[in-house]
Design a protein around this ligand. Structure first.
Ligand SMILES: [Zn+2]
Length: 126
């Protein structure tokens, strides 16, 4: 609504100044009956379209939620497996004092005792 705009007493929608067929009943002003029905039908169609879009968005959001939930569950399972493996390495690595932190355990992967100790500390802190 803009200032000075008149609202239809029947449908509640604005009455344009150039609107024809406007009915005046004292201070009560209304579109013609068929105009009110056309305007309300238009509003109904717009709102049905909005509901359709929102329903699609909700369905898309729920699919994303389910996808991420599944992803999180798979990652949590993988992390659980890694924790089990790292814990056993961590116990051993703690005893490899003479190896220092920089000595590679596996040459090709650049895995050092220090990296294993840090990874184990992260896992233990989780
Ligand atoms: Zn009206």
């Amino acid at each position: 609504m803009t200032p000075g705009e008149i609202k239809c007493g029947m449908c509640g929608l604005p009455i344009h100044p150039s609107e024809s067929g406007v009915r005046h009943f004292g201070t009560f002003v209304a579109h013609s009956e068929s105009r009110c029905i056309d305007l309300l039908r238009g509003r109904l169609e717009d709102q049905q379209a909005s509901i359709g879009e929102l329903t699609e968005q909700i369905a898309r959001t729920e699919r994303n939620r389910d996808m991420w939930k599944g992803q999180c569950e798979r990652q949590a399972e993988a992390m659980g497996e890694m924790r089990k493996v790292l814990r056993s390495f961590a116990r051993e690595a703690a005893e490899w004092v003479e190896m220092g932190d920089t000595r590679p355990v596996v040459e090709s992967g650049n895995i050092t005792v220090g990296k294993l100790r840090r990874a184990a500390a992260l896992v233990e802190g989780a």
